[in-house]
Design a protein around this ligand. Structure first.
Ligand SMILES: *Cc1c(COP(=O)(O)O)cnc(C)c1O
Length: 371
């Protein structure tokens, strides 16, 4: 992590403390309110729960601090992605999406944007630059892509897309602001599912949009207020708590993933491993150049779907579950979610367990299912 991100991580947990009056609670109070006291002229104060909420303010202050860009909270990652698309696009626009990224983004665009006369193209993340960006109003990047962990050169995409007049959006969910800095690499907007590592405990859905462009953020803010796509104060409170420990969890998860990916590669039952931190991974050189860490997702292929299921379900330190970024290690056979991958393809989301215990459990499960 850069010195400037270390400073940000250190001051993150003191943001609230700086504003306290004697007698105030040190931890963040949860304010669950649809209405606020608004006698007379109520400009500048909280009025109604769809417009603003003090618990959102606190989590947005943290996200803004981490992103170094104004950030707005949403009730899920998809709500954040939808807000960007519906607030910024219009009939006649053409957009480019990753062919291999989070598939709901493509389904949303396909079902709802095409009906509004917006055309959609897709391209694999690994060759995202090929073909240029002429004619696109918005270019949407997900790097590393989920679940294959392919990478594209975000700075090069941003430069070429800007030259063609497009806005560049990066879904930074897999890396978090600690692992990759898309706005520093030239992107206009970051979207992320804070459902994953930022919340970190699999008990809330949440998302955010971050940008240094005030016009973009004004449009996204209007969309949130008018569409009612607002987070619950309780979920905001949970994510606020999660963000306080994100740095230490993310550090542990990425370090453990590096160790585990190396050992998986040596195991005879494993046919293929994808992890950007492995020197011979196709993503490695770009990952070194543009990411702060190599992430906590590791993908591997076992011989069959049955072996993959057996490996996951028979490992006592691995939760069979979709999603990722929680304190517990989880894994999923991605073929059953509709990803275009081999039947035995497993995505492991490495959690916070002590790494040697975790590896011992993974190794024992692999030994048991065999090659
Ligand atoms: C999970 C995820 C989303 C969607 O987030 P939700 O909170 O489930 O709506 C979007 N993009 C990526 C890369 C994700 O992993």
């Amino acid at each position: 992590m850069t010195q400037s991100m270390k400073s940000r991580a250190a001051s993150l947990v003191h943001l609230r403390g700086r504003t306290l009056e004697p007698g105030d609670p040190v931890p963040l109070p949860l304010v669950s309110a649809a209405t606020f006291h608004t006698p007379g002229d109520s400009t500048g104060v909280h009025q109604y729960g769809r417009f603003s909420n003090p618990t959102w303010d606190a989590v947005e202050e943290m996200l803004t601090h981490l992103e170094d860009a104004r950030s707005l909270a949403f009730p899920s990652g998809m709500a954040a992605i939808a807000a960007v698309m519906f607030a910024l696009l219009k009939t006649g626009d053409r957009i480019l999406l990753p062919a291999d990224g989070y598939h709901t983004t493509r389904i949303l665009a396909d079902r709802f944007l095409t009906k509004l006369g917006i055309s959609i193209d897709t391209r694999p993340t690994a060759t995202f630059l090929d073909g240029g960006f002429e004619g696109y109003q918005l270019v949407f990047v997900e790097s590393p892509s989920n679940p294959n962990l392919d990478i594209c050169d975000i700075a090069a995409v941003a430069a070429a897309a800007h030259a063609a007049g497009a806005i560049v959006v990066v879904d930074n969910t897999t890396m978090t602001p600690y692992g990759q800095r898309p706005l520093e690499l030239g992107a206009d907007i970051v979207v992320a599912a804070d459902t994953k590592a930022p919340n970190g405990h699999s008990d809330a859905l949440f998302g955010h949009v971050a940008s240094r462009d005030e016009e973009i953020m004004a449009a996204v803010h209007d969309w949130r207020t008018m569409s009612g796509s607002i987070p619950s104060p309780f979920d905001a409170w949970l994510v606020h708590r999660g963000l306080e420990t994100l740095e230490v969890r993310f550090d542990r998860m990425c370090s453990s993933a590096e160790t585990i990916a190396r050992r998986l590669k040596q195991h005879p039952a494993v046919q293929m491993v994808r992890y950007p931190g492995l020197e011979d991974d196709p993503s490695h050189n770009l990952a070194r150049a543009q990411m702060e860490r190599f992430g906590f997702l590791v993908s591997l292929v076992l011989a069959t779907a049955d072996k993959a299921e057996d490996f996951i379900n028979g490992c006592p330190l691995m939760q069979a579950a979709t999603s990722f970024g929680s304190v517990h290690t989880s894994a999923e056979r991605r073929n059953k979610r509709g990803d275009a991958v081999a039947p035995g393809f497993v995505r492991i989301a490495v959690g916070c367990e002590p790494v040697e215990k975790l590896w011992a459990a993974i190794e024992a499960s692999l030994d048991r299912v065999g090659g």
